[in-house]
Ligand binder design. Structure first.
Ligand code: CAA
Length: 696
């Protein structure tokens, strides 16, 4: 028998203990071991019941995701679950930690289920672009009814033991050791004369309006298809005999397995974990951080302070005056009230944060004891230099000095201090207590343990941290500037901001770039354009319609008008009728005859610009690996997760056709569309971006 399953006996009960750390994924060896264990128990004289229990952190975290995309190996999970369910012996699952995906499906194949109160169950396959493929769509609704079952499988969320008990998924919730609990429960069932109780033999639940449910879930997924297909599989569970329903589920599972969305989602799953796993930081100890300071209490500073406070850190927030300090406190209180309302903190924690952990100060001299400082003041190099001079003066040796700048040169800031090795960028995204992305910007002189501390802080704040090198805009904003330029150029050539937003929302972005600009505030882009013009970096065809909007006081959502009019509320946007005439005036001034753009061409150009700049960012070492770019765009810029990230998307559509597109666009604008050397190299060598990820 496989060494992944230990076989033992207690009286009439055979115990199959799963040993596949860290999370008991259902690899081939585990499936084989369970199948052999069932055979052995059935052949073992006197055995009347089987207990399946996991050792370590979990019952089962699900199918072994590393086996996906490879030829499937027997015994297949659906066959194993059917085999367990068909046993003449009484089979009990005793669950602790997580029982996810195939792990819950194994439990549903058992005849009875007991769990400790901290156990969690779920069917997260939709997050991998799949649906439960081992009977989950057929068995779960027989226990919970259709609506609750669909909710579990289309959201993929984890459900606590008590809720799962209330839904009928778990029979008994009991504290204690999972193995002891399971043995006692199996014994009790035997004593009561209970026999096998296959879920497949239970009557199917009542039907719902399947087409309406399919359409509603598809619309909610912004193009992601797997949640909607759960509806069709569950429909089969109601309308077909069990065996036929299983076949229908299997067919949909195989079809989804072949999709690009499945590839994209699995890439995202592993990249999310690999992104903060940097070879250069192996064995490097971060410095201890208990107490931080945030300089500046605007939206960004207050958001950073909130994130830090919510993670249990002490925070000194420095503002220029008591009035500004009070305004900052108000912003933080507003953020914390939201966290309290959503149950992220208790009333006691809320009180302790406001009375003990947070201190608003106005003098740098109060910062002598902090372990780390994050500066979040106005984006101006001279202002930043003044702040860092003060920090250098007052902070203790070993304190880490971080800037939240979005694009300024960290090396230049570091050079003004006496301790450049302690300086780095920590670039948060607004609102900083909500957005998951953190760019850890490593300067030429940043010490490895300072970088490691940036990553440790990111983890503590529950962020996805990405290592970025120094350049204008780092990874995310540099790529954003390029694809936004491509969008702006399309507007001059004839597209409207509304066509562009619609095309990209069809692609799967939560919001198109102009809706995003309205949300972020048009004044930000205005300031950048003014700076670039002053530095002599204006685009060849310099449009002014966006400046005109700002000059008229329209900064987007915060002023009620931008590209869109928000008179009816932030979600009820309608195009601002002043915008198209402003654009037409620009076209006339620049002598441009507008042409039509369909959604496909808009998306192709926009994505080509994004991928080309991303390839430059990787080629120059600003991002270490393509997956670092992918995670930046996924967690900071609303890129659709089911596409994996721009470079995974590029691999899937093919690098050669993309390069050909870029070369064809370059005929009209050779500077902007100069192909990235890395992209040309990969095409010449017939390689993909993912090949570079694998190199580590
Ligand atoms: N297969 C293979 N490896 C897995 C895995 C799985 N199902 N789940 C987790 N791992 C690995 C992780 O990659 C990680 O490996 P490294 O340490 O080498 O990076 C390790 O286990 C620990 O995982 P986390 O770092 O994520 O630990 P955590 O405690 O934060 O979270 C978890 C644990 C909740 C199980 C989380 O890993 C998770 O959500 N895993 C995915 C669960 C899932 O999607 N299961 C369904 C699979 S599909 C299926 O089962 C259906 C089918 O029919 C095919």
């Amino acid at each position: 028998m496989s060494d992944k399953i230990a076989y033992s006996r207690q009286g009439d009960i055979a115990i199959l203990t799963v040993r596949n750390p860290p999370v008991n994924a259902l690899s081939q060896a585990v499936r084989q071991g369970l199948s052999d264990g069932m055979d052995r128990a059935e052949a073992d004289a006197g055995v009347r019941a089987v207990l399946i229990v996991g050792e370590g952190r979990a019952f089962f975290a699900g199918a072994d995701i590393t086996e996906f995309g490879k030829p499937p190996l027997a015994p297949h999970l659906p066959d194993l679950v059917n085999r367990i369910e068909a046993s003449p012996l009484l089979v009990v699952a005793s669950m602790h930690g997580v029982s996810l995906g195939g792990g819950l499906e194994v439990a549903l194949g058992c005849h009875y289920r007991i769990a400790v109160p901290s156990a969690k169950v779920g069917l997260p396959e939709v997050h991998l672009g799949l649906l439960p493929g081992a009977g989950g769509t057929q068995r779960l609704p027989r226990l919970t009814g259709v609506e609750a079952g669909l909710d579990v499988m289309t959201t993929g969320r984890h459900i606590g033991a008590d809720k799962a008990h209330a839904l009928g998924i778990i029979d008994v919730v009991q504290d204690g050791d999972p193995k002891d609990n399971g043995i006692a429960y199996a014994q009790r069932l035997l004593d009561e004369g209970a026999g096998p109780r296959p879920v497949s033999a239970m009557p199917p639940p009542d039907p719902i309006d399947w087409d309406a449910a399919f359409d509603a879930i598809l619309a909610k997924g912004r193009g992601q298809i797997s949640p909607a297909w759960c509806v069709r599989a569950v429909q089969a569970s109601v309308e077909k005999p069990f065996a036929e329903g299983l076949k229908a589920e299997r067919q949909i599972f195989y079809d989804l397995m072949q999709t690009d969305q499945r590839q994209g989602m699995i890439h995202a799953f592993f990249s999310e974990r690999a992104v903060s796993n940097l070879p250069e930081l192996k064995g490097v100890e971060p410095r201890a951080v208990h107490h931080i300071a945030v300089i500046g209490g605007g939206t960004m500073g207050a958001g950073i302070a909130t994130a830090a406070l919510l993670s249990g850190l002490r925070v000194h927030l420095l503002e220029m005056s008591p009035e500004a300090g009070e305004a900052a406190r108000g912003r933080i209180e507003g953020n914390l009230a939201g966290a309290l309302k959503r149950g992220k903190i208790t009333a006691d924690q809320h009180e302790a944060i406001l009375t003990q952990a947070l201190q608003i100060v106005t003098s740098y001299d109060t910062l002598a004891e902090v372990d780390l400082v994050i500066e979040a003041v106005f984006e101006d190099m001279d202002v930043k230099k003044q702040v860092f001079a003060e920090l250098d003066r007052v902070c203790k040796p070993g304190a880490i000095l971080a800037s939240n700048t979005s694009y300024l040169d960290i090396n230049e800031i570091a050079a003004t201090t006496s301790r450049p090795a302690d300086v780095l960028g920590l670039h948060f995204f607004s609102p900083a207590h909500v957005m998951k992305l953190l760019e850890v910007v490593v300067g030429d002189k940043t010490a490895p343990e300072v970088t490691a501390t940036g990553f440790a802080l990111g983890k503590r704040l529950n962020k996805i941290s990405v290592r970025a090198g120094v350049c204008d805009g780092f990874i995310g904003n540099r790529i954003l500037a390029t694809y936004r330029t491509a969008a702006d150029q399309m507007i001059l050539d004839g597209a409207s901001p509304y066509d562009i937003d619609a095309a990209l929302e069809e692609f799967g972005f939560a919001m198109g770039p102009f809706a995003v600009a309205d949300l972020a505030g048009l004044d930000i882009g205005w300031a950048v354009r003014k700076r670039k013009r002053a530095e002599g970096h204006a685009p060849t065809r310099d449009a002014t319609y966006a400046d005109k909007l700002c000059e008229d006081g329209h900064f987007g959502q915060k002023t009620g008008k931008g590209y869109y009019d928000y008179a009816a509320g932030p979600k009820a946007r309608v195009p601002n009728p002043d915008v198209l005439p402003m654009i037409e005036a620009d076209r006339a001034r620049l002598g441009i005859t507008p042409r039509d753009f369909n959604h496909e061409e808009i998306t192709r150009r926009y994505m080509a610009a994004m991928v080309n700049e991303a390839a430059k960012v990787v080629g120059e070492g600003i991002a270490r690996r393509p997956l670092d770019v992918d995670m930046t765009l996924l967690f900071g810029y609303g890129f659709p997760r089911y596409r994996g990230g721009p470079l995974k998307w590029a691999d899937i559509v093919g690098l050669e056709p993309l390069l050909n597109d870029i070369k064809s666009y370059a005929a009209a604008d050779p500077d902007f569309w100069a192909p990235a050397p890395l992209l040309e190299q990969l095409v010449a060598e017939n390689k993909t971006f993912d090949d570079l990820n694998k190199k580590g």
